[in-house]
Design a protein around this ligand. Structure first.
Ligand SMILES: Cc1ncc(COP(=O)(O)O)c(C=O)c1O
Length: 302
């Protein structure tokens, strides 16, 4: 009997298995130390979007965190295509992960003495901010006492599982009746939220923080389409006060694309609804998915 991969598939140690059977050992530092790096690409309508950009960012993250895996960029491209093809998913959230691995000498504290390893998995596409929340405009909460971990402690440009700050922020936001959180850094600048970058629109200008954030591929797409629409773009520090003075705010992530924000704390934007520039940017962003240079169709019959 062939395994049911429709809920997701994983590539583990050279084999494709159902997502529910994909496991790592409890002594893996990826688990005990959150010591791994990962990336998440998407398949929409049967094709990967900007896959080469995600593969390049993943390669860069591997060197930043000093994890070395035998799989090359070409191997990883082939693996992620193979799991999505096997799953049959036409819209998918596709993770590639490299973990520090299991200590090769039991009990070692030396990160060089671990068996770095790579795995990948895919599941049905998901939205970090649910579509019905995005439709009315998300409500973001900025907790005062939870700050984004500083970049000189954990480099946010190497995508990572150090989510203690983001998860604390999420609890505070949910407790306060908001949809999700947005964290400040220790200087009071806006950074990012659990799984997304943020943007501020003021007049003709589209702004996003430069530091202390993952350099999102969706963020890159948004900056590109903003310029194509003739808007100004600014990538620079944004203090909370200035952010709250925006005309419009939105989030950007692979898992869901652009999501309009209607409220941040008690500040209400664009009449408590998605703003006009956000809508224009979203339409332009969605049109990128049809550009041949960004599409890598999955061969489901392979
Ligand atoms: C912390 C964080 N910031 C930003 C993003 C958005 O990045 P991308 O557009 O590459 O998905 C993510 C995506 O998961 C994230 O985890």
């Amino acid at each position: 009997m062939t395994a049911d991969l429709s809920k997701g598939a994983a590539w583990m140690n050279g084999e494709i298995v159902p997502i529910s059977e994909a496991k790592i050992p409890v002594t893996d530092w990826g688990f005990t130390r959150s010591d791994c790096t990962y990336d998440v690409a998407s398949v929409r309508n049967g094709a990967f979007f900007r896959l080469e950009d995600y593969l390049d960012r993943f390669q860069a993250s591997l060197s930043k965190v000093r994890i070395s895996v035998p799989q090359t960029k070409d191997d990883i491209r082939e693996i992620v295509h193979s799991i999505v093809a096997a799953s049959g998913l036409c819209d998918s959230y596709v993770a590639m992960v490299a973990s520090r691995g299991v200590p090769l000498i039991p009990g070692t504290r030396d990160p060089r003495q671990c068996g770095n390893h790579f795995f990948a998995w895919c599941i049905p596409y998901l939205h970090v901010i649910r579509p019905e929340v995005a439709a009315r405009g998300a409500h973001l909460f900025v907790p005062e006492d939870v700050r984004r971990i500083p970049p000189d402690s954990v480099d946010p440009t190497a995508k990572n599982y150090h989510w203690g700050d983001l998860t604390r922020g999420l609890f505070e936001a949910l407790d306060a009746g908001f949809d999700t959180a947005l964290l400040l850094d220790h200087q009071g600048n806006v950074t990012e939220g659990p799984g997304f970058n943020v943007f501020s629109v003021k007049g003709n200008s589209v702004r996003t923080p430069d530091m202390g954030v993952l350099e999102g591929i969706t963020r890159r797409s948004v900056l590109e389409v903003a310029r194509e629409l003739g808007l100004e773009t600014e990538v620079r520090p944004i203090k909370l006060d200035e952010f709250l003075e925006s005309d419009e705010v939105f989030t950007a992530t692979t898992a869901g694309g652009i999501a309009p924000v209607a409220r941040v704390n008690d500040r209400v934007f664009s009449n408590d609804a998605p703003g006009p520039t956000t809508k224009r940017l979203e339409a332009a962003f969605l049109s990128l998915f049809d550009r041949p240079e960004h599409r890598q169709p999955v061969n489901y019959s392979s």
